[in-house]
Ligand binder design. Structure first.
Ligand code: ADP
Length: 142
């Protein structure tokens, strides 16, 4: 039985989340479920010329919006509140996913293989990095 399951969520991909729900329910029956949303770092937006144009909320604003979105997504999983923990952090998604997996002593990571539209790849770059570098089993959902 797993004790600590990490579920990284790309909050911009609703279809992926729907795919993950049944698998998370099966594998997280008695575990603590850590949901993680990583906000790619602000320099990424800056490189698109958006950071100073008023189109982007500040860091706190972004984090608040991401947390609200994650709250909505997590509700769909219908897991008792006491067993859920939500995390929103900044940085490169793959690094942050691997880091949190270690810090919550995850014994399973459940991740979607890639965005539905990008079917030419077997594994997206985030999923591939997590499979390669995680210190625990990784369940890749397709
Ligand atoms: P693609 O390259 O097709 O976007 P990814 O490998 O990036 O595929 O995404 C696969 C999975 O990785 C997502 O379903 C999600 O579980 C996780 N993931 C990707 N980006 C993030 C993110 N910013 N925060 C949390 N998880 C993410």
């Amino acid at each position: 039985m797993y004790r600590s399951v990490l579920v990284p969520i790309d909050i911009s991909e609703a279809d992926l989340t729907r795919q993950l729900i049944p698998q998370v329910k099966i594998h997280a029956k008695t575990a603590k479920v850590h949901f993680l949303s990583v906000i790619p770092s602000v320099p990424f937006y800056a490189s698109l010329g958006l950071a100073y144009s008023g189109e982007l909320p500040d860091k706190n604003g972004l984090q608040t919006k991401a947390s609200q979105k994650l709250d909505e997504i997590v509700k769909q999983f219908d897991i008792p509140e006491g067993r859920v923990q939500k995390h929103v952090v900044y940085g490169p998604p793959k690094d942050q996913i691997l880091k949190l997996a270690d810090s919550v002593s995850a014994d399973l990571v459940i991740i979607a293989s890639h965005q539905p539209g990008i079917s030419t790849y077997l594994l997206g770059s985030t999923a591939a990095a997590v499979v390669r570098h995680a210190h625990c089993p990784v369940l890749v959902v397709r």
